[in-house]
Design a protein around this ligand. Sequence first.
Ligand code: DAH
Length: 339
Amino acid sequence: MKEKLENIFKEAQIAITQATTRHDILQLKSRFLGKKSDFSSMMKQLGSLPAEEKPAFGSDLNILKTRISELLEQQDEIIREADYQKAIGRNTLDLTMPGRKRERGSLHPITRTWQEIEDIFLAMGFEIAEGPDVEDEFHNFDALNTPQDHPARDLSDTFYINDDVLLRTQTSTVQVRVMQKHKPPIRIISPGSCYRNENDASHSPMFHQVEALVVDQGVNFADLRDILNVFVRKMFGERIDSRIRPHFFPFTEPSAEIDILCIKCFGKGCNLCKGNGWLEMGGAGMVDPNVFDLLGIDSEKYTGYAFGLGIERIAMTKYNIPDMRLLFENDIRFLKQFS
Ligand code: DAH
């Protein structure tokens, strides 16, 4: 047996030292150690040997395998070195050429803005809540005090999946989910995707909002103003003020729209703010007692404020992006500017 192993080794040695290409090496590896090799059939025989012969024979086989593998590796190294020298000789390898630049990925401006928003609110003691993108009418409309005949329910705005199931048009749905599950005090934000059937330079059929909800005893409108001011200054810098204007939302009373001072002209009026001096950022208000009543929160005892901000609007303002579609076209020339 020993002799047979030695013969295999000798045969391998001769063949391997004559190999001149890396392809040869692969073929020799399969010839001497592969499935159909003598080595493999002897490995299979090992099982049927008497127990006392097994260890010694097994060890011999292992040694054979190691020796052949080492030969293959050495010869491979020799071939590689020879190829390299040949390439230099032929001048095909230009050692003075600059290396290949490694491209680095970066966060999408929406993701980056989303994370900045989360950081600011987490630092102020808010928790992050989530809800599904595919919702029912109850969470998207009914529980938010939005009557059956409200125009927002119209098919032209909302993507319906069937009579009751839809893609949420606002992250306010998460307010409902949180109040269904938790008793006050509540202090959450909820960033996420929303969907509406609209598409132009400042609207996309899929967009992002961040919702906020604070419910406790004694929460008032001044608290809402205060938190918005702090957020805006942290997000856009100390020079940027926010303001509110009266508005209507079915689920808040009173309701307001939130503007920020135009970060380009600081209120003078320019092309970014279309001469207004202010940029629109979202809606806000005090939670309507009807919403509390429906969700079983005592509206005599608790008050709350809520707001919803457009994440695209915030990103566009902060990074001076003129067209919302740029955010979703995935043009690498645009995205590279954020690395
Ligand atoms: N959900 C509203 C929208 O999409 C924004 C909004 C307004 C959210 C008032 C609120 C709020 O939480 O209190 O236009």
